[in-house]
Design a binder for this molecule. Structure first.
Ligand SMILES: [Zn+2]
Length: 491
């Protein structure tokens, strides 16, 4: 199983990089030919590709110039120059100040970079052969070490005369006692001279424990992450109320990472070469910028903590005004709701490391008519909006078979006052699904279920105004939109 395939790689977005990257790599390789290497192909000019998009150039402000003069000279608009340079109305230009001119076709020295998870200002500056101070100046930042938000566009003026970033190539490797160039090269299926050349070492160099090497790898590009980290990927660069976020990290040293998103603790589980954690975003979570912090579990303290700032945006939810009859009125008692929620939490907040599902979830009914979507703000009998709809309601005839959406183990099957007959399935990694208001259950706690297996029948038990299935999906007791899980594979 390869879950990582499903994780959107938060990649470096660089103007013209797609076209310019391959030739640049050839240039880099020919600069320091490895011993015994076959003759290298001739260098390719970065700007030689006629299909490459125009690369912005940089203009140093001259005495007597203003934005209108500069824009006219370069045939662009004042607004475009202001936008790419983060200029505000009324900003004064200073002589010598460097401005990025968008859409030009001149020297390849300016670009825009999208901040990726784990990026630091120093790391970005290094990748573009420039200094942190220059990046601060170009972006007109007031403080020297600003928090970087994932997905944020940062204009960069590169000192190397190249607009492309210099990604770090090769898998990081930490030398252990007894390692030699020959041994490490043999274990990685490369020649010792190739390994030496990739690390700027003589072919007879001694290695010492704790030394950092890069194992050359044509396919993979590793970003300049803080010490101890090999890779960090998020399923999306921004997150939304009610959504699920998946994070994959790979670390150099053994040990399970730990972390938090806002106040929420993260639970990492092994996944391929690294670890994954799922984060549920509550539909009432306040929009804003949240800290995602991950630290290593290594007692030697070799892992620098990873700090990522992630934007959280508002979801699109409706408001539902629900009238319930007198007979059900007593069930609206907030204390009763709170005690039932508290009880369910003891089940939903349990974490099991085994991932019992694969791929996307099926819908729990073969025919689905959504009568109430996830996240709708709810008012009962004209009362205040203090709760939202925690799952999806499907309208269905009483007795309709309910199916398990994915593999898991049944952890609860019993009646509750508000939710009627309830089944809860634990899918692992903190992910559980709940089925409410059932007529009857066909499973019992401890049963293993597979995707598509009948588990119960639709009913109208508990606080319900007619036959329907309520479907909850929770991550460590945080309810998220189950519909997303039927469209996208997590983690
Ligand atoms: Zn419902």
């Amino acid at each position: 199983m390869d879950n990582r395939r499903h994780i959107l790689i938060i990649s470096v977005l660089i103007v013209g990089l797609a076209a310019a990257f391959f030739p640049l790599r050839l240039l880099a390789q020919t600069a320091e030919p490895a011993q015994g290497a076959t003759p290298a192909p001739p260098p390719v000019e970065v700007t030689s590709d006629p299909n490459a998009p125009p690369i912005p150039r940089v203009h140093a402000v001259q005495d007597g110039e203003n934005l209108t003069i500069i824009a006219t000279n370069f045939g662009v608009t004042v607004e475009d120059i202001m936008a790419i340079n983060n200029l505000a109305n009324g900003d004064l230009l200073q002589v010598g100040q460097e401005l990025i001119i968008p859409g030009g076709t001149g020297e390849a020295i300016a670009t825009a970079y999208a901040v990726a998870p784990g990026d630091t200002l120093a790391g970005i500056a290094a990748a573009f052969n420039t200094s942190s101070a220059d990046v601060v100046a170009t972006n007109r930042l007031i403080i020297d070490n600003p928090p970087l938000i994932v997905g944020q566009q940062v204009p960069i003026i590169s000192r190397s005369g190249s607009a492309a970033a210099r990604p770090v190539h090769g898998r990081p490797y930490l030398v252990e006692s007894g390692d030699t160039l020959l041994l490490v090269a043999a274990r990685n299926g490369i020649s010792p001279s190739e390994l030496a050349a990739a690390n700027g070492l003589a072919s007879d160099a001694y290695l010492f424990p704790g030394q950092r090497l890069r194992i050359p790898d044509e396919e993979a590009i590793y970003r300049d992450l803080p010490q101890g980290w090999v890779d960090v990927r998020l399923s999306a660069p921004i997150t939304t109320q009610g959504s699920t976020l998946s994070i994959f990290v790979e670390n150099l040293m053994p040990g399970t990472p730990a972390g938090r998103f806002g106040q929420q603790a993260l639970h990492f589980s092994p996944d391929g070469e690294g670890y994954v954690a799922l984060i549920g975003i509550d539909a009432f979570e306040e929009p804003g910028t949240y800290d995602l912090e991950i630290s290593g579990g290594d007692e030697r303290g070799l892992w620098a903590p990873l700090r990522i700032q992630l934007p959280l945006v508002e979801g699109a939810f409706d408001t539902q005004y629900i009238e319930v009859g007198e007979a059900l009125d007593g069930l609206l008692d907030p204390e009763m709701r709170a005690s039932e929620d508290e009880f369910l939490k003891t089940i939903y907040a349990d974490f099991s490391e085994d991932q019992r599902w694969e791929g996307i979830f099926q819908t729990p009914l073969t025919t689905t008519i959504v009568s109430a979507a996830y996240g709708g703000r709810r008012s009962y009998n004209g009362g205040p909006i203090e709760i939202y709809h925690t799952g999806i309601d499907y309208a269905a005839a009483e007795g309709t078979t309910v199916l398990a959406p994915a593999g898991g183990v049944v952890v609860f099957s019993a009646p509750l006052e508000l939710r009627g007959n309830v089944i809860i399935i634990d899918h692992g990694l903190g992910v559980m699904t709940g089925y409410y208001h059932l007529l009857e259950s066909l499973v019992k706690p401890g049963d293993n279920v597979t995707a598509g297996q009948p588990i119960g029948r639709v009913g109208s038990t508990g606080l319900s105004t007619g036959a329907h299935l309520h479907w909850d999906l929770r991550i460590m007791d945080i309810t998220v939109d189950p519909a997303l899980w039927t469209q996208q594979a997590f983690p």
